[in-house]
Ligand binder design. Structure first.
Ligand code: MRU
Length: 359
């Protein structure tokens, strides 16, 4: 693998301090113009980093939240188990309220809390050691999951394929390789070439700021397009497959992902282009029967009116509707690529089987 490609796929985006006193993240809001790291120590700094998308992408949020809970647990004065567990729960709920849609946040926080509840009454010092192991395991497992997703995803592609992607589901959003971008980086490592079209992804421009940055730096042919150009590149015959990430997948295969994803899927169906959702099983939430059960985050209206503009592009009193995610109907999804294999319709069966094989 060439150095540049290795640097992108193995980017150091979330790091636990060796003494466990803080979490350092690569501040994604500063990219592509500045590479700045931010050290998080307090609950408020952690909450703000997740809310403002300094750390973003479903798996990355989960990894970061796991480390944050360990850092916060170490800071607690409580040495009585009940008082420790109570405070741990309060802080967990606080971080969990930062963003509602990506299930990886609550998944990782619940995993950390289970360590506490499974060791009720044991000395806090022992529980801290187990919490450290758990948050490091969440990170390590994500590295392995992304690699496996990349391998499975690559089986769906041919050398020279044109790919359309939306938002950012690359190494920055995960641990390594990414989910939707993982097969492209892995294929590149193996000498394959793809022509990727990256939707800019209004309003927060994850496609422009992060996806085109990662692919360009990794030496993959990438063309940045505005979101409303997806149809023309499909019509031109330039797209062989759409690859997108996910924030929460319901039991029936309905998949929440960055706002605009469902429109891409509808276009893909119109043009007869396969549409794949890639994500780890930690993003599948069988407690949501359908996409209607998924809470969609509503964000600040200013992100539409004025963010990234030199001056506001709408009157301050103009109403805006700013949902951060939408749900792609399962009927539009050709396959869901996980670290355990590729699920095909009917998803109610194929997704359930993924979890049955665990027992
Ligand atoms: O609001 P964001 O930038 O956190 O939204 C991210 C996405 O929608 C990604 O596609 C998803 O989290 C998958 S990342 C591997």
């Amino acid at each position: 693998m060439n150095d540049q490609l290795q640097q992108v796929t193995h980017i150091d985006n979330i790091r636990l301090a060796e003494d466990g006193s803080s979490v350092t993240i690569l501040d994604q809001t500063q990219l592509p113009n500045r590479t700045e790291y931010l050290t998080l120590r307090t609950p408020e700094e952690m909450y703000e980093a997740i809310l403002l998308l300094r750390v973003r992408g479903a798996p990355a949020i989960g990894i970061c939240a796991g480390y944050c809970m360990y850092v916060l647990a170490r800071q607690m004065d409580e040495r009585d188990y009940d008082a420790f567990a109570r405070r741990f729960h309060e802080l967990k709920e606080y971080l969990n309220s930062s963003r509602p849609t990506a299930v990886n946040l609550s998944w990782a926080l619940n995993r950390m809390e289970r360590v506490v509840t499974n060791h009720a009454g044991e000395p806090v010092e022992e529980i801290l050691k187990l919490l450290e192991q758990e948050c490091k395991a969440i990170h390590q497992e994500d590295i392995q999951m992304c690699r496996a997703i990349s391998e499975y995803g690559l089986t769906l592609l041919k050398d020279g394929d044109g790919i359309l992607t939306h938002c950012n589901a690359g190494p920055l959003a995960t641990s390594r390789y990414g989910t939707a971008l993982g097969p492209l980086f892995l294929g590149k490592e193996r000498g394959m070439n793809f022509k990727v079209f990256a939707d800019e992804t209004r309003p927060l421009l994850q496609g422009a700021r992060l996806t085109s940055y990662e692919l360009q730096k990794g030496g993959i042919d990438v063309t940045l397009i505005c979101d409303n150009m997806a149809s023309i590149v499909m019509k031109n015959g330039w797209i062989n497959a759409c690859l997108v990430g996910c924030d929460r997948v319901a039991a029936n295969g309905d998949a929440a992902n960055k706002i605009g994803t469902s429109g891409v899927a509808i276009l893909a169906k119109h043009y007869g282009i396969p549409f794949y959702v890639l994500g780890p099983t930690s993003t599948i939430d069988l407690s949501c029967k359908t996409g209607d059960d998924i809470e969609i985050e509503l964000r600040d209206q200013k992100e539409i009116r004025e963010k990234f503009y030199a001056e506001p592009m709408a009157l301050p009193e103009v109403k805006c509707y700013n949902p951060a995610f939408d749900v792609t109907d399962h009927t539009l999804i050709t396959g869901i690529v996980t670290e355990k294999g590729i699920c095909y319709p009917p998803y109610t069966q194929s997704l359930a089987q993924l979890f049955q094989s665990e027992n």
